[in-house]
Design a protein around this ligand. Structure first.
Ligand code: COI
Length: 430
């Protein structure tokens, strides 16, 4: 099978280290579109730059690449993958008793797993709805929500090799989360080895360059039986994968956020800072209501003062004002996103002043640009936020030069289109 696809190659977007200069803007817009042998594609572009410069629709003119494809790619429509499960060939499973350590697991055909009806994850994995979250700080939640997960991505390069992005950061975050939830966790080495094995076993599902990525979902759960509230006697570490494209239905276009004032995602002393499954069931009610009203996602405020920005349902948030990039400080209620951390570092190397601190809602409303970051959403610019019925639109329909630059810098690194001076990517496979 032969693949012809397109992508924005490095020489079309010059790296200019003075991001706010007019040459940055002119250089990018003119070169991106004048020197391209044009073909049209939709979605899954490695660079958002040209998308933004053309329009807010995920359609742009790009140059055909030389990638010839590999013969054993899975036979699916690679132009049409969103962010939904595409079942692949294998999953990885390892088990460990309470108080024990994980030994090497094994690859099994992807499919249903067996759990006792009294498995900890089923009984104490998702016990609280959002409306109950305010009570969490009064409870000892250590042994609840015994389920945590990670998310990372693998990208295929033009030469067919595969790159992981900062996988050791996911391994570390899983072990910190496991400690908080009273669970044993695989060592960093075991985690990395398991991720590599799973990706290689599912290699034919890693999208061709520029068509998306392979989303890797490691799970750690209390799989042993419990009845009373207590840590489970057995734990399962499982990894499955799925090829994915853009997270939001808007594609790469800017999103519209609803600022939630009644429901909260997390509370001080709780588990908002770890990747617990409970944090994601806690947002479903608010998220569903917002989506029903046409919003892309919800922005949560702190649960005490209802005033300071926290994060969105599945991603962190940044604001930009007067060349300064600011994001809420990690203080227990906010997930320490790996994309968040990477964007902070990339923004620093691009000459921006970066601050991590409390951000009152007024600053969000007065920002020049707003964008979200996460493994799934990458860097997602925000077109509008709605707070107490008032809709604030950001300039150029949310197409901001700072988010555009940071997206481009980050994704070029992740996809191996630029030299990885930071040592963030891990090449696997032949
Ligand atoms: C990720 O970005 O990996 C996440 O965890 C978001 C997920 C809930 C879709």
């Amino acid at each position: 099978m032969k693949f012809v696809h397109s992508h924005l190659s490095g020489d079309l977007i010059p790296l200019v280290h003075s991001p706010l200069s007019s040459s940055f803007l002119l250089g990018r817009s003119s070169q991106s579109f004048q020197s391209a042998t044009s073909i049209k594609i939709q979605n899954h572009l490695p660079s958002m730059s040209s998308v933004f410069l053309l329009s807010s629709n995920a359609r742009c003119e790009v140059r055909a690449s030389t990638f010839q494809g590999i013969s054993d790619l899975a036979d699916i429509n690679w132009d049409n993958i969103g962010f939904g499960l595409v079942p692949t060939d294998y999953m990885y499973i390892a088990k460990c008793a309470k108080g024990g350590t994980f030994i090497e697991g094994e690859l099994k055909p992807f499919g249903p797993i067996q759990l006792s009806p009294s498995a900890g994850i089923l009984n104490y994995g998702q016990v609280f709805g959002t409306q109950h979250i305010l009570f969490l700080h009064q409870l000892d939640v250590n042994s609840l929500f015994q389920g945590i997960f990670e998310g990372l991505k693998a990208y295929r390069k033009e030469d067919g090799s595969i790159l992981l992005f900062r996988p050791e950061q996911n391994a570390l975050r899983m072990s910190i989360g496991a400690e908080r939830m009273c669970m044993p966790s695989p060592s960093v080495k075991q985690f990395l080895e398991a991720v590599k094995q799973t990706v290689l076993a599912n290699k034919r599902w890693v999208p061709p360059p520029g068509k998306g990525s392979l989303y890797i979902r490691p799970l750690l759960m209390g799989s042993g039986s419990v009845l009373g509230v207590a840590p489970a006697p057995e734990y399962t570490f499982l990894i499955f994968v799925s090829p994915v494209g853009n997270y939001f239905k808007e594609g790469l276009a800017p999103i519209n956020l609803f600022v939630e004032t009644e429901f909260h995602r997390a509370t001080p002393g709780g588990i908002g800072g770890v990747k617990s499954i409970g944090n994601y069931s806690a947002v479903l009610k608010a998220q569903s209501m917002a989506k029903a009203n046409g919003y892309s996602d919800v922005l949560y405020l702190d649960s005490i003062y209802k005033k300071y920005l926290e994060e969105a349902s599945s991603c962190n948030v940044f604001i930009a004002k007067d060349k300064k990039v600011t994001t809420p400080a990690i203080k227990g209620t906010i997930l320490p996103g790996i994309t968040r951390k990477s964007i902070i570092e990339v923004a620093g190397t691009q000459g921006f002043e970066v601050e991590e601190r409390l951000i009152p809602i007024e600053e969000l409303l007065n920002a020049d640009e707003v964008f979200c970051t996460g493994t799934a959403v990458v860097v997602s610019p925000v077109q509008s936020v709605t707070y107490h019925g008032k809709r604030v639109e950001y300039g150029n329909k949310g197409v901001g030069i700072i988010s555009q630059l940071l997206y481009s810098e980050l994704t070029r690194l992740q996809m191996g289109l630029t030299e990885d001076k930071l040592g963030w990517t891990v090449a696997i496979g032949p």
